[in-house]
Design a protein. Structure first.
Length: 533
C-alpha cells in the first residue's frame, strides 16, 4: 500500500490513535501495517543505516543566528515524544544525522529554520521528527466554530491542517507522505497528500476523513483552496522543501499566494522551515519575507557532493554512448542503476535499446501517466527492473533506497542538477558510484565540474583540464557563474552574517567567465586534445 492508496484503509495505521483528556492515546499495534511501513532490517525496498553512516560525524556543520540551541546526539525523550521515538526505532534509525541533530532542538524550541544540507542527509526526518513530536505532545487545534463538523475526526467538507509541507513534484510529496505515515503510526495525526496529475476526487475523500498534516504541491493546493476544501487558518508549521527547485519550476506566485494571500497565520504566529540542498540568492531573499529570527543551518558544503560517492568522468562522444553504457552495465552488474538523460524521447528509446540487449530496464518522465510512473518506480525499487532511465523529473528529492550506480548519460547544463542527480546514490551513509559521459558539448560546466570533483576529493581527468584551458582561451563559458550572483555565490552562507556578499547584483561571476552562452571553441577540432582517451 503506497502513497496513493486513498481508500478507507488508506491511512495505513496513521491516525489510529486518539487525543483524549489532554493526552495522546496511541492506537493498537498492527503487525501487518508495521511490515508495510517499516519493512524488515534486510528489506531492500527500505533504506536503513549504511556502512559509512558514522562518517557523517565528520561533516562540518555551521549554525548561525541568535541563541542557537545545542545539538542532540540521540533520539531521546525529551526533546522528542516517546511515541515518536518508538516509531523511529521501528524504522531502524540508530542515531540522528547532522541536520537532524540540529533541527530537532531548533524546531522543538519554537525557532524558524533555514537549512542547507547535502542530498541524502536526512532532511525529511529533520522536519518531520520535531513537527510530529510537538503534535503528539500538544494535541490537535480546535476547528473554528464556524466550520461545524466533528473536531477533526468526523467527515467534514473543509480540512483545517495544522502542518503544511510544500514540495515541487508529485514524486517528492508522495515520498514525504509515506515517511509521515511511518512516523505517525498509531498516533492521532492523520497525514494527507495532494498533487496535480491525479484524480482530485480520491484526494478530496481522503481529506474529508481527517487531515492534520498536509503534504502538497503548490498548484494542487491552490486549486483545493479555491474550491473551499482546505483552510490554512490553523497552520502552526509551514515547511518549504526543495525550495530552490520550486522557484526554478516557477512556483513562486503560488507559494506567495499560499503564504501571504490566503488565511494562513502571519510569520509571527507560525513556525516556518525551509529545506534545500542549495540556497541561491532568490531563496535567501524569500527567507526575509517568510521567516522570523531564524537559525541558518549549513551541513557540509552546500552545492558540493558526498565523499560517499565515487565520481567517474568518462570522455565519450555522443555516437559512442550506447556501447560504452553497455560495457558499464556488464561491469557493474548487481544493484540498482539510475541513468539520466535530457529528453523524454531519449528516455524511452534508451530503455527500449537496453531491453533489446537483455537488460531489465524501464523509464520515467513527465509524459508518463501517474500510474505508469508509479509502476516503473515500484519495479525499480523492488529490483524487478534494476535499471531506470529517467529525465530530470526524477532527479530532485526522490528517495529510491539502495541505488548503487548513477549514470549521467547526458550531462545537464546546470551543475546543481548534476549534484542532485548523483545524490540519488550514496544516501544515508551508503557508498555509491556516479559515472558521467563528458565531451566537448559539455564544456559549459567543465570548470564547475572540476571544482566539485576537487571539493569531494575525487580524481580530475586530464581531459577536463584540457577542455577548461581551451574554454578559457575561447573567452567564455555557458552556464551560471559559480563565484558571483548565480546559484553558487554565497549559497552556503548566512547572508545576515556576511552582509549579503555574493547577492548584490542580478548577475556576476569571475572575470573571463561571464561571456555569452556557448562562448569559447571557435573552430572545428579533429581528434581529441591531449589528455583524452
Amino acid at each position: 500500500m503506497g502513497a496513493l492508496n486513498l481508500g478507507p484503509e488508506g491511512q495505513g495505521g496513521s491516525g489510529d490513535g486518539q487525543w483524549r483528556d489532554g493526552k495522546h492515546i496511541p492506537g493498537p499495534a498492527n503487525p501487518r501495517v508495521e511490515r508495510e511501513l517499516f519493512g524488515t532490517i534486510d528489506d531492500p525496498s527500505k533504506q536503513h543505516t549504511g556502512i559509512n553512516f558514522e562518517k557523517y560525524d565528520d561533516i562540518p556543520v555551521e549554525a548561525s543566528g541568535r541563541d542557537v540551541p545545542e545539538p542532540v546526539n540521540q533520539f531521546l525523550s525529551p526533546p522528542l515524544d516517546e511515541h515518536l521515538c518508538r516509531n523511529i526505532e521501528l524504522a531502524h534509525y540508530k542515531v540522528p544525522t547532522p541536520v537532524q541533530k540540529y533541527s530537532i532542538p531548533i524546531v522543538s524550541g519554537g525557532r524558524d529554520l533555514m537549512a542547507c544540507a547535502q542530498t541524502g542527509s536526512g532532511k525529511t526526518g529533520g522536519f518531520l521528527f520535531p513537527i510530529l513530536s510537538q503534535a503528539f505532545l500538544n494535541g490537535p487545534s480546535a476547528v473554528p466554530a464556524s466550520a461545524g463538523g466533528g473536531g477533526g475526526f468526523g467527515r467534514q467538507r473543509k480540512a483545517y491542517p495544522t502542518s503544511l509541507i510544500l514540495a515541487p513534484t508529485r514524486e517528492l510529496v508522495s515520498q514525504i507522505y509515506d515517511e509521515s505515515r511511518k512516523f505517525a503510526y498509531r498516533s492521532w495525526v492523520r497525514p494527507c497528500v495532494v498533487y496535480g496529475g491525479a484524480d482530485i476526487g480520491s484526494q478530496l475523500r481522503q481529506i474529508e476523513r481527517g487531515c492534520d498534516l498536509l503534504v502538497a504541491t503548490p498548484g494542487r493546493l491552490v486549486d483545493l483552496i479555491e474550491r473551499g476544501r482546505i483552510s490554512l487558518c490553523n497552520i502552526k508549521y509551514l515547511v518549504l522543501d526543495e525550495a530552490d527547485r520550486m522557484l526554478d519550476m516557477g512556483f513562486e506566485p503560488q507559494i506567495r499566494r499560499i503564504v501571504e494571500g490566503e488565511d494562513m497565520p502571519g510569520v509571527a504566529d507560525r513556525q516556518t522551515l525551509m529545506f534545500s540542498a542549495t540556497f541561491p540568492r532568490d531563496i535567501q531573499m524569500l527567507a526575509r519575507d517568510f521567516l522570523k529570527d531564524y537559525v541558518f543551518l549549513s551541513v557540509g558544503r552546500v552545492g558540493s557532493t558526498s565523499e560517499n560517492i565515487t565520481q567517474r568522468i568518462e570522455y565519450v562522444e555522443d555516437v559512442d554512448k550506447r556501447s560504452v553504457l553497455l560495457d558499464i552495465l556488464h561491469t557493474h552488474a548487481g544493484g540498482l542503476t539510475l541513468i539520466f538523460v535530457e529528453t523524454k524521447r531519449m528516455a524511452d528509446s534508451l530503455s527500449d535499446f537496453l531491453i533489446n540487449q537483455n537488460f531489465p530496464a524501464t523509464s520515467i518522465h513527465g509524459d508518463r501517466t501517474q500510474r505508469e510512473r508509479e509502476r516503473a518506480l515500484e519495479f525499480f525499487r523492488n529490483g524487478r527492473c534494476p535499471i531506470l532511465v529517467a529525465t530530470a523529473v526524477a532527479a530532485r528529492g526522490l528517495d529510491i533506497p539502495n541505488v548503487t550506480h548513477v549514470v549521467n548519460y547526458d550531462l545537464p547544463t546546470d551543475i546543481d542538477d548534476y549534484v542532485h542527480r548523483i545524490g540519488r546514490t550514496g544516501r544515508a551513509g551508503n557508498t555509491g558510484i556516479a559515472t558521467a559521459f563528458f565531451n566537448r558539448g559539455n564544456r559549459g560546466v567543465v570548470r564547475e565540474l572540476m571544482e566539485l570533483l576537487k571539493e569531494a576529493n575525487q580524481e580530475i581527468p586530464a581531459f577536463l583540464e584540457t577542455v577548461a584551458r581551451e574554454s578559457s582561451f575561447g573567452g567564455g563559458r555557458g552556464g551560471r557563474p559559480r563565484g558571483g550572483g548565480g546559484r553558487g555565490g554565497g549559497a552556503n552562507r548566512d547572508f545576515r552574517k556576511f552582509g549579503g556578499g555574493g547577492f548584490g547584483g542580478n548577475s556576476g561571476g569571475g572575470g573571463g567567465f561571464n561571456g555569452p552562452q556557448g562562448g569559447g571553441f571557435g573552430g572545428n577540432y579533429n581528434g581529441p586534445p591531449q589528455g583524452f582517451p
